[in-house]
Design a protein around this ligand. Structure first.
Ligand code: AMP
Ligand code: MG
Length: 378
């Protein structure tokens, strides 16, 4: 086991434990945000036939006066024109044989003929062409492109099944009444939402009490691709995730040089990869974004690396990368950052009130006007 590793080293270590991945074929309707598992070729030319980019008349460009001999609309088979003839045409309709230009409806039938208002067969895509490759995230535009290419189903990576377990005797579900000393359990909700965002199938386990037996029983009852726990990984007497993993599981690393988010651990339980996140809400979100997401779904970027100019002074952290919550905005051609709520790692509001974090190297603060590295949440 390694302890107190850098963020880069932590990523190297987790990547040595790949997630069992399978593939499946799903309906395109279900495809949003899924990750393609094979290259996809177009089944057709796009457009499949020369067609009009405008409402107007299909004409021969050499004619100067024309007579309308008919109408063609999108969806009809191609018609034909001869010398001095024009066919009224709607956007998307097939170009009649003999025509080589379009006159816009606004210009009248004898108006200027435009050859570039014809969308040529195959000008966007050729049949057999690959435009979506394995690993592609199926954005809304990628979904439309798959449909354009004739696919109603797509091969995708199966969504990893990830169980999220919050641990802590003080935690109760939101919706019930708080008794003295209790707090609402919030991490599993946010973590499940983050898992959805990176294309996983999250399963929220009920809260597990702070005992070795309770935790062992819960972990042994789980069948999934990845286990994520929250809480119980620090130095406290009740930090049973760490204790159980030390005694009965396998730990690859414990503690990462980042603040907040210092005490996470990573290892395996019964062969299942287990990420133990700290209980503080900001810590668990940041460890997820910096370490868990790039490991499970490297294709989906939760945070973009940017340079920002600080409007406030911020302190760094001794020996750790310091992740202070910042609000990043564009001013002119640069990104500026401000910080405006209490920064405690227990204050999840700071993650809503800001859209990024600083990425200050160990022992390094920033003064007003300094340009520093930051992460901008997407
Ligand atoms: P721990 O990592 O278990 O020592 O917890 C650190 C802090 O985070 C404590 O103040 C806990 O009450 C709080 N905490 C732990 N788990 C959760 C959770 N699931 N939701 C909200 N707060 C939590
Ligand atoms: Mg705890």
């Amino acid at each position: 086991m390694e302890t107190f590793v850098t963020i880069e080293r932590a990523l190297q270590i987790v990547r040595k434990t790949p997630i069992q991945s399978t593939t499946e074929t799903i309906s395109l309707d279900q495809g949003h945000n899924r990750i393609l598992s094979k290259d996809l070729q177009s089944k057709v030319d796009d457009p499949a036939f020369d067609n009009s980019a405008m409402d107007g008349w299909a004409v021969r460009s050499e004619d100067t006066t024309r007579v309308e001999i008919g109408v063609t609309t999108a969806g009809e088979a191609s018609s034909e024109i001869g010398e001095g003839e024009a066919i009224r045409i709607m956007t998307g309709a097939s170009i009649p044989k003999g025509a080589d230009a379009i006159v816009m409806v606004e210009d009248g039938i004898n108006g200027k003929a435009h050859t570039n208002f014809i969308r040529k067969r195959g000008e966007n895509l050729r049949q057999g062409e690959t435009t979506l490759t394995s690993g592609q995230v199926m954005t809304p535009a990628a979904i439309s492109l798959a449909a354009t290419m004739g696919h109603n189903t797509i091969p995708v990576r199966s969504r990893p099944k990830v169980v999220v377990i919050s641990t802590g005797d003080e935690l109760i579900s939101p919706g019930s009444e708080l008794k003295e000393g209790q707090i609402y359990e919030s991490n599993s909700y946010g973590l499940c939402a983050l898992l959805e965002k990176i294309g996983c199938k999250p399963i929220r386990h009920e809260v597990v009490e702070d005992t070795m037996d309770g935790l062992r029983n819960a972990l042994n009852s789980i069948d999934c691709d990845v286990i994520i726990t929250s809480g119980g990984v620090s130095m406290g007497d009740h930090d049973y995730v760490r204790k159980l993993m030390e005694e009965e599981g396998t730990i690859h690393f414990w503690k990462v040089a980042m603040r907040p988010g210092g005490p996470p651990l990573f290892g395996t339980w019964n062969g299942i990869p287990l990420f133990g996140l700290p209980g503080n809400p900001v810590s668990s979100h940041l460890v997820f974004s910096l370490l868990v997401a790039p490991w499970i779904s490297p294709e989906i970027q939760l945070a973009k690396e940017v340079k920002v100019r600080m409007k406030n002074q911020v302190k760094g952290a001794p020996s750790k990368v310091c992740l202070r919550r910042i609000q990043i905005s564009t001013v002119g051609d640069e990104l500026v950052a401000t910080t405006h709520t209490h920064q405690g790692s227990g204050n999840i509001h700071s993650m809503v009130a800001h859209n990024g974090v600083t990425y200050l190297p160990p022992d390094t603060g920033a003064d007003v006007g300094d340009t520093i590295q930051a992460l901008w949440f997407q």
